[in-house]
Design a protein around this ligand. Structure first.
Ligand code: PLP
Length: 394
């Protein structure tokens, strides 16, 4: 027997190359200083929380209310759930009620709550690649088997491939838009087509299939209208968080919601509350819920990210990279000039002090992911660096 489980040892080993890359970045920062290292590798929100949130948090802290740090209902504060339901209804025009909203420890906690609530051992969960690789672990945590299906070249959902991948063991598909690592915003038509495929597959296999709609970047959308997942499919479970749009990723506040027209909505909510409790989350961070409940509106302008997106796109186009202009999130996923994206990213860091992440780490080689959630000045100064790495292959 080893010190840790064989499975964990294996998972640590598989992730070791990405740690090597980060270690190299850290080493370079120590030698040259942060200003001379171009770190585009991280997914941390750069924009500060809006004034309305900061004020609400301050009011929450100075409030003399007794017991404000105590345990609260596992489902979350009614006032916070009400706020979320109101926000979702204004966004999606649905009929979401606070009884069907569960406050969670980020979207990550929410996805685990949902996987635990739905999966029987051996149930398959379809993941669309390139993807947020934590999905593999979230499914596996609860006895699920990840099944990878490639997105089309433009990162839309290839519904034919999804249809072919569905078996009698399929339980769920996770859809993430705006996407990490692609920045892709899916169209309503594409989602509707997926909904049709799921409906047909349910009939064919006599099963219940869920669409897990993971949209923590939902308010980071530029010059476009985000799709409505509830319109596409009735067995939709929305998982999201305020990590990115309120810039409070470290505070761990997310939620899971179903529409009241969804079959078994009450039972699903009951299962989510139970899972939230028994996974040991107990309840989502209470101060954050209190602050949220005090906010007039949860809708946030995202001009800071739009500005960065535009600048980053200009830098990459000028340097000669091939990529789709993303309409959401804060990532871009360009092609690498050689097939071996790990080699390309190693060269970028070693020869140019440029930190970007190989696409293979997200299930699609021949690409790299960069995050433009970085200081504006870093983007502005990065042009020659991006160009030099690309030119070294010409
Ligand atoms: N889903 C996607 C696609 C993400 O990129 C992230 C974070 O980077 C998460 C979920 C988890 O976010 P959080 O748990 O902070 O809400």
């Amino acid at each position: 027997h080893g010190a840790i489980s064989a499975k964990l040892a294996d998972q640590l080993e598989k992730g070791s190359w990405i740690r090597k890359l980060f270690d190299e970045g850290k080493r370079l920062t120590e030698i040259y200083g942060a200003d001379e290292v171009f770190d585009f590798s991280l997914g941390n929100p750069i924009v500060e929380p809006p004034a309305a949130f900061r004020q609400a948090l301050q009011d929450t802290i100075t409030d003399e209310q007794l017991g404000k740090h105590q345990y609260i209902p596992n489902q979350g504060l009614p006032a916070a759930r009400h706020k979320v339901a109101e926000y979702l209804n204004s966004r999606y025009g649905g009929k979401i009620v606070q009884e069907h909203v569960v406050m969670t420890v980020g979207a990550g906690g929410g996805l685990n709550v949902v996987c635990k609530s739905l999966l029987n051992p051996g149930d398959e969960v379809i993941l669309l690649t390139p993807y947020f690789v934590e999905y593999d672990y979230y499914a596996d945590n609860h006895g699920g088997i990840p099944v990878h299906v490639a997105l089309a070249d433009d990162f839309s959902i290839d519904t034919k491939r999804v249809a072919e991948a569905i078996t009698s063991r399929t339980r769920a598909i996770i859809v993430n838009t705006p996407g990490n690592p692609t920045g892709k915003l899916l169209s309503q038509q594409n989602l509707n087509e997926l909904g049709d495929v799921l409906k047909e597959a349910e009939k064919k296999h006599g099963s219940l299939l869920y669409l897990l709609y993971d949209d923590p970047y939902s308010q980071l959308v530029y010059d476009a209208v985000p799709p409505n997942p509830f319109e596409a499919y009735s067995r939709t479970i929305l998982i999201s968080s305020f990590s990115k749009d309120l810039g409070i990723a470290g505070e761990r506040l997310g939620y899971v919601a179903v529409d009241s027209s969804t079959e078994h909505a009450a039972l699903l909510a009951q299962a989510f509350v139970f899972s939230n409790r028994t996974l040991g989350f107990v309840n989502a961070p209470v101060l954050m819920q209190r602050a949220l409940a005090r906010m007039e509106s949860l809708t946030v302008e995202q001009n800071e990210y739009r500005k960065r997106r535009d600048l980053m796109v200009a830098v990459l186009q000028e340097a000669g990279y091939e990529f789709d202009v993303p309409q959401g999130g804060f990532f871009i996923f360009p092609k690498t000039p050689i097939a071996d994206d790990v080699e390309f990213c190693l060269k970028a860091v070693q020869d140019h002090r440029l930190l970007i992440v190989p696409g293979s780490g997200f299930g699609r080689g021949g690409h790299f992911r960069l995050s433009y959630s970085v200081p504006i000045r870093q983007i502005e100064r990065s042009g020659p660096v991006f160009k030099a790495v690309l030119d070294s292959y010409r």
